[in-house]
Ligand binder design. Structure first.
Ligand code: SIN
Length: 289
């Protein structure tokens, strides 16, 4: 994160949430945001990696059109979208559901050849208590390693896969305990696998970050799962050390925009018996280098 205070912004107010990652932005209506304001939001997004807004009122169309300011929108390859709006993914946990979506540290859809640039999550119905989301800065995770270890990682690539779909019985079980459903079409397709560098360079800032995650990374390229597991475990621990994180508490109308190229996130499942309903728009990214 750059050492950028509020004074660097003319049109928005920016308040960091932790010294590692994340800032809350105020003074903005995302449904009606001019180019100059968007340019400051974009700068804050690159500086803080995840930015948060309160009291927003996003229609389906304004959510999508705000997302398009960052790039083209993704249609999620696994989950059933909102009817009539393929680019909107409902992130739902009904009061009687057991599991949530995103309850493991991850970066979105890294199994694709071109994983997501960013995700924009809008809270419509939130539990009275719980349901926070944690974010972890992957640049700090990389910078916190010794130079020798950094060098070793620089030469490695890891395979990412949507492997949870490869077992039909498991996939059906997931659908029974979660409210956001895997689509029938996705469950019939073979698992998608793509290798990515273990250390990626951010295409806009040039900064390096760790790029492996517990949800989708399965092994190092040209190595077995057994050979890869010990080092991957070490990297997952490093990636999510508490001092690299922030925690966001949702209210109705809150919005979070995170940079999947340099943060991981984790949705807490600690609000059993209560409903949580969000809409996510995901922006397509480029091939990690
Ligand atoms: C996700 O996009 O992984 C879910 C995040 C959340 O529900 O807080």
């Amino acid at each position: 994160m750059n050492d950028m205070g509020d004074s660097c912004y003319q049109l928005i107010k920016v308040r960091p949430l932790s010294s590692a990652v994340g800032a809350e932005i105020s003074g903005v209506d995302l449904a009606d945001c001019d180019d100059a304001t968007f340019s400051e939001i974009h700068r804050a997004f690159l500086d803080h990696h995840v930015v948060f807004f309160r009291d927003q009122a996003l229609s389906l169309e304004s959510h999508k059109s705000f997302g398009r300011r960052f790039g083209t929108l993704n249609v999620h390859p696994q989950y059933v979208p909102l009817e009539g709006h393929p680019e909107i993914l409902p992130i739902v946990k009904e009061a009687d559901a057991e599991h949530n979506i995103g309850g493991v540290w991850h970066s979105d859809i890294t199994f694709l050849e071109r994983p997501a640039l960013g995700s924009i999550l809008y809270a419509i119905d939130v539990p009275a208590v719980g349901g926070d989301t944690l974010f972890a800065n992957q640049e700090l995770a990389f910078e916190g390693l010794s130079s020798g270890f950094q060098q070793l990682l620089n030469g490695l690539r890891a395979v990412h896969s949507d492997h949870t779909l490869s077992d039909r019985v498991e996939a059906e079980k997931r659908n029974m305990t979660r409210s956001t459903k895997l689509s029938e079409e996705a469950m019939c397709k073979p698992a998608v696998e793509n290798p990515h560098p273990v250390v990626r360079t951010h295409p806009e800032t040039g900064r390096k970050s760790l790029f492996v995650n517990r949800a989708f990374t399965v092994r190092f390229e040209n190595m077995t799962v057994a050979e890869s597991d010990p080092l991957l475990e070490f990297l997952y621990e490093q990636a999510t050390r508490p001092e690299f994180t922030c925690r966001f508490h949702w209210e109705k109308g809150s919005v979070a925009i995170w940079d999947n190229r340099c943060v991981q996130h984790y949705a807490l499942n600690d609000y059993h018996g209560q409903r949580r309903y969000m809409h996510r728009v995901t922006v397509n990214g480029d091939r990690p280098i």
